[in-house]
Design a protein around this ligand. Sequence first.
Ligand code: GTP
Ligand code: MG
Length: 927
Amino acid sequence: MERLLKKMLPAGAPPLAVDSADYPFAIEYHGPPVPYDIPEVIPIEIGRIPVVPSLPSPGPLKKRSKIGRLAVDPAGASPTSVIENHTAMDRLDSVEVRSSGALGSAAFPDRSAELSDGIIDSSGAVGFKEVEGFDGSSEGIDSSGVLGFSGEVKEGEGFEGSWEGTGSSGVVGFSSEFKKGERLEGSPDDTVHGRVLTESALSSESEFRSSALGDDEALNPEAKRAVVVTFQDSARSSGPASLAIGLSPRGRRVKKEACYQCLKGSRFTEKEACLACDAKYCSGCVLWAMGSMPEGRKCVSCIGSSIMETKMEKLGKPSRMLKRLLSSLEVQQVMRSEMDCEANQLRPDDICVNEKKLTQEEMVLLQSCPCPPSKLKPGYYWYDKFSGFWGKQGHKPHKVISPNLNVGGNIMKNASNGNTGVLINGREITKVELRMLKWAGVQCAGKPHFWVNADGTYQEEGQKNIKGQIWGKPILKLLGPVLSLPIPSNPSNLSGEEVNNMVNRAVPDYLEQKTLRRLLLVGDQGSGTSTIFKQAKFLYGSVPFSEDERQDIKLVIQRNIYNYLGILLEGREWFEEESLTDKRKSKQFHSSGPENNGSDEHDMTEYYISPRLKAFSDWLLKIMASGNLEAVFPAATRVYAPLVEELWNAAAIQATYRRRNELRLLPSVASYFLEQVVDICRVEYEPSDMDILYADGITSSNGLACTDFFFPCLAGDGNGNDVDDHLDTLLIRYQLIRLHTKSLGEKCKWLDMFEDVRLVIFCVALSDYDEYFEDANGVGINKMMESKRLFESIVGHPALDQMDFLLILNKFDLLEQKIDMASLTLCEWFDDFNPVVSHNRPNNNNSRNISNGATMAQQAFHYIAVKFKKLFYSLTGRKLHVTLANGLDLDSVDAALRYAWEILKWEDERLAFGEAVDSTEPSSYSQ
Ligand SMILES: Nc1nc2c(ncn2[C@@H]2O[C@H](COP(=O)(O)OP(=O)(O)OP(=O)(O)O)[C@@H](O)[C@H]2O)c(=O)[nH]1
Ligand SMILES: [Mg+2]
């Protein structure tokens, strides 16, 4: 410490007397200004170190802890400052550094820190570990690969370089080569044994030879331990394979059944296993090791990996431990993610049927047929398309599934490894099957070859006549289970052709064409398509949003709010900077004394936040900048809710929020959610309908969403249309398909898929006329012009030729708000807008300026509508239907969609009765 202080003082300064028993980490320097930048250490009150409040802390760690369990927020600054304040002479019993890069040498500036127990977790593929006796003197612990275990390590690459001279000890490492890897267990002696499950050599026991052991110290169990182990993976042909490091604290062997995180416990300890690598964690560690479980029970480093075959059956079945640790809602959510997430799904090429790997389509066909194979797991199967028999390759039949599915290759004679000489549909049957056939009264003398159909009727090869029905005898129902042979539950299952037609049909059948109307809803970004889509669900859906959907929406809202918060935090930084600059300028201006020159570190503005909140803010901004928000949340939601609450209530953030109009990236709905930030961040938060409506980004991740509904019948209109309308509402189903512009593809090529839609609803935000976005080259583009461009390309698309179009001019409320402040002529397309302004103002509200009964906003609407109509006519020679809407208003959207309904009805009538029905045509305008 003395040396450190000496270094920090300017040359020539007298040495400081340091009481080694009780010196502060930082001292205030009062000397003359120094010519270099002094490293800044933000003081933190020990009592206010962020602790992790809501996750159960691992028991063993807590017991030994002297100063509690530290949760060091990720990102360089935070751990540094936290640890700095504790490492004077403290012994840190338990430290957690989360996120990659957090554990740089900077994290442990005071080399005298002793971490007797550390968990280094990372968002990358990097693991954890107990760092026993670690004295922080490691040079090899770099920020890119915590303890040298990096997801980046490739076959043949070693860790020696980064590890040499570390003089610390760790436990187990994984490299990316061992995604499915088990732990390596090692002791610092010449030979390290480990078991590695690799993709290529599942379950193979490989021996690892240690080499390049750093130095003798590494072998001394009492000293700092570091062992570098190279190993020869005998299962790999490529020779010396990846390196991994197997170390054990104090030379102990890691107990096989211990928790993989804290290394405590025995096989009797209750543990939860990772579905991908089978690493097992005790109840104290499981949440740390698995984080928010976005793909269910997987270590953080296994996220994205596929799960082990043996774990397939466990999917979606929560353990008692999980139920204890999480609320029931959270358990449900984790289980759902586990079952639904892409990485955990069975991949088609994991299934081989009749020696041919399945394609995606075949997989869908197999799984969605009326009688699919149960609990399908990766493996090799045989399938008899004619009879529907299904079994594991080399084994007797296991099930009778739907017949005639076009999946896999042709069945092989030896598919079930039978040796009876009797063939059914080209497969030599097994002995038990033969016995069964005999019981069924089937004549099997002379090793006949049979053709057996799905309904059990059979005939001998080469003969025309049906010889009988195998399943006819009641005794077979009893015998099936005895012989462990499947009996079709209902031989009159759908015939295969029906099945194929059902699953493969590309065009709706006749009936559906009669009764289904498809509406395609498109518009430029932010035009309001998803709002209108959600309103349609609220308006006409019997269950607008299921419980599952609401849960997903909850997560989206929680994630969004962190985004909004991030924008506020960034804004706060700007405003603080700006205020400080102003303050300094005015000080300089008002005083002439030299003592006021330069920056005043104690300057505080209303945007000042405490160092602890600042650390959180820095961390959040860093995460956002790295685009990793998804990986960190929603686990963080649980952990950081109290911090968010504190932050939100901080005067600085409130002051920033008051200037929200200056924050360009903050969407207008952000304020709605930020007002409720504290509630939203709670675990028990349930989104209201209003929240769902306002929430961004929930309609669909791939930009395509659809909802089916019937238009509810309105009360009679008195025109005698009631009965017809009522029939309509009963018979005709509508499907609203919302397509995000991002999903249109180059030159809107995906529109080809929508040839059978009946009406295109194009949405334009009226408020876009004075708004801009930056294109890829940083050029500002007017949003209305962009909408116009998109409109032109969609209208002109060959797939939508001759199709009816309804233009919804949305966000009328916003147009009303801004039209008097920002002229419509700001958009070059509207430069000839020349409204008639009446000077008889009914009140002081300018937006209510009216002429001939029309407000300025209404005139603007008509003007824009005509612009689009003319454009549409010039492109198609046809008439465009236009309506206005306020997407946030249910009735307004109802009116707009009913207008769409009218257009379709009119079109139906026109088709049915010819052009003579002009009188019922809806006007091309609706308001
Ligand atoms: N004031 C007002 N806001 C609206 C209206 N319609 C939509 N919004 C808001 O405008 C924003 C964008 O609307 P979305 O429905 O998400 O627009 P989108 O077409 O799905 O656009 P992207 O999500 O960007 O693709 C959301 O925050 C909506 O809440 C409206 O009529 N009035
Ligand atoms: Mg949207």
